[in-house]
Write a protein that binds this ligand. Structure first.
Ligand code: CTP
Length: 418
């Protein structure tokens, strides 16, 4: 496929190098069209080395080939990453003052724009109107990710991860994941997904934690966003890039996670909560304000004894809080190793009854299984149903898809719009 990769002048231009690599490694012919300001961030030799082709950036180069018309006309796909506020404005108004905007005007193939800018610029009415105009014309404007921007600020405006941009681009031309169901069965829904593992502080430098990487929860959040949901992702100590289109709420401990989830559920718009996070059942009874020392008092033994107290069970509290109402739909996870009292499935079945949620996703864990790995096997169990739906071994993305395939049809009537 002939792809034009447009790069506008923002600091996230360096991430377009990964987008380029992913596209060329997938066998596509990519011509990079950086704007003049993009070339101040990443120079032409980098684009040329990575694409294996000369870059085109000015309408005054290679004039006999009429590049300002030819590139757009011949492309099967145009992707712009990052698309700055200025680029979105110029594209929305049909300006053609450089090679990239001329290409956008002549392209008749799918066009995918991946915005990146400061939150204020993204939320400004002018940008919002430009995005609306572009979308109304059939341009795919990917939702920016939320998270750390250049400098200390955080919020929506981050360039989505390169693999998300490439997935959106390939989906726009109907390539890639061919058996992908039509997204949209979660449109109008608000879902909360917890991910990662809580850390229970012992002193200013230490905590009790677990091995959860957050990959499964992030995949669940990304899948929900791709299917049209508004996603609040409550993220506990995860070092992954935020999935595109999700609102990320960062938490540390189990108590913080509980406060965040209950705060979201309280506003009553939440249709489903997926508790994929590994929440600590216990926390240290006392928090030492200063670092615990090797010698921690005269006459005391060398090793301090740490007393633990129970954390609230967030899922059980959500079950109790909804009373008899079916909303929000509640999904629990069971990370089981199996033990003397039963195998993974029987322990999971008992947990489903105990917790009272609507779906339990059980997986086998151990130091070599699941945590941090990219593939996994899970069993999906519903209350009162004898058979479990076993999915895998497969990727966490396909597990995420299977979970929403179970949840989406069970959400009942869509709330009235407006
Ligand atoms: N969970 C929770 N609050 C806790 C502990 C767990 O909401 N304090 C949620 C997890 O997010 C998960 C489910 O409950 O969705 C099961 O967690 P797990 O720790 O496997 O089960 P427990 O009920 O803690 O049972 P046990 O530790 O005895 O296996």
């Amino acid at each position: 496929m002939r792809v034009v990769l447009g790069v506008a002048g923002g600091i996230a231009a360096y991430k377009a190098c990964s987008v380029l690599r992913l596209l060329t490694e997938a066998g596509h012919e990519v011509t990079v069209v950086p704007t003049a300001s993009a070339l101040r961030f990443v120079g032409a030799p980098t684009w040329e080395a990575l694409s294996g082709r000369s870059v085109a950036s000015s309408v005054w180069e290679d004039v006999p080939q009429v590049p300002h018309v030819r590139l757009g006309q011949q492309a099967d796909l145009v992707v712009v990453a990052p698309a700055t506020a200025d680029l979105l404005a110029r594209a929305a108004h049909g300006l053609a003052d450089d090679l990239l905007t001329s290409t956008l005007l002549t392209a008749r193939c799918p066009v995918v724009l991946a915005p990146a800018m400061h939150t204020e610029m993204w939320l400004h009415a002018a940008t919002a109107a430009n995005v609306e105009t572009l979308r109304a014309r059939g341009v795919h404007v990917v939702e920016p990710a939320s998270g750390r921007l250049t400098g200390a600020d955080t919020g929506p405006g981050r360039l989505p991860e390169p693999q998300d941009i490439v997935a959106a681009a390939l989906a726009a031309v109907g390539e890639g994941d061919q058996d992908r169901r039509e997204p949209g069965d979660l449109e109008g829904r608000h879902v909360v997904v917890t991910a990662g593992g809580t850390r229970e502080p012992l002193d200013p430098v230490r905590f009790l934690g677990n091995r959860s990487s957050g990959k499964q929860g992030y995949a669940i959040a990304a899948e929900a966003a791709a299917r049209g949901a508004r996603v609040s992702l409550v993220s506990a100590n995860v070092s992954l890039g935020a999935p595109a289109g999700c609102d990320v709420v960062e938490v540390g401990s189990a108590l913080e996670l509980q406060e965040a989830v209950e705060g979201l559920v309280r506003d009553r718009s939440v249709d489903a909560v997926v508790m994929a996070a590994a929440v600590a059942d216990f926390r240290p009874a006392a928090y030492a304000e200063s670092k615990i020392k090797k010698t921690h008092g005269t006459g005391e033994p060398d090793a301090p004894v740490i007393e633990l107290v129970r954390n609230p069970d967030v899922l059980a509290t959500l079950v109790a809080g909804r009373g008899g109402s079916p909303r929000p739909y509640l999904v629990g996870f069971a990370a089981e190793t199996g033990d003397a009292t039963g195998d993974v499935l029987s322990l999971a079945r008992a947990k489903l009854e105990r917790k009272g949620c609507d779906l339990l996703v059980a997986n086998e864990v151990g130091t070599d299984k699941t945590f941090g790995r990219d593939d996994t096997t899970v069993h999906l169990l519903h209350p009162g149903e004898a058979e479990a739906d076993t999915v895998g071994p497969t990727t966490k993305a396909l597990v995420a898809r299977a979970i929403w395939d179970h949840v989406a049809p069970a959400l009942g009537e869509r709330p009235e719009a407006g």
